[in-house]
Design a protein. Structure first.
Length: 146
């Protein structure tokens, strides 16, 4: 009888460690998801040095339209931020949905832009840029859900 109690006790302790580890992992995994507040706004003006082709396009387009200064948050390929994206074509997409929508999709990037119009109205847009067959273009525009 004493041996059965020891085996049962060891089994219960093992189960408690496994269940505790599982829930600890789930809570840690949930806390590692990034939010839009984890990213910093960068100011794009005449002196800004673009880091990639998309940022260069934004700088040139803003210069042509006279929108300087433009504030930008570059989320890159952050999948947790992509799930919060609400646009004209998508509502919380994942990478598989992007690949289905855009045949030949090579890369994608999500960027927030904030600027003021000529009438001093502030505009905040989230833009999904996609690279298809070596060419970057705007895939969708919208906002990030809170």
């Amino acid at each position: 009888m004493n041996k059965i109690i020891k085996i049962l006790l060891i089994f219960l302790i093992f189960d408690a460690v496994v269940v505790g580890g599982y829930f600890g992992y789930k809570s840690l995994k949930g806390s590692l998801k990034s939010t839009d507040s984890d990213y910093e706004w960068e100011i794009i003006d005449e002196n800004y040095a673009p880091k990639n082709f998309v940022e260069e396009f934004i700088k040139l387009d803003s210069a042509q339209k006279g929108l300087f200064p433009v504030s930008m948050k570059n989320y890159g390929k952050d999948k947790s931020i992509l799930r919060k994206f609400r646009g004209k074509n998508f509502a919380g997409p994942n990478e598989a949905q992007l690949k289905m929508m855009y045949k030949g999709l090579e890369d994608w990037m999500l960027i927030d832009l904030k600027y003021k119009t000529e009438k001093e109205r502030e505009v905040l847009r989230t833009i999904l840029y996609v690279q298809i067959n070596g060419t970057w273009k705007v895939g969708d525009t919208g906002v990030l859900a809170k």
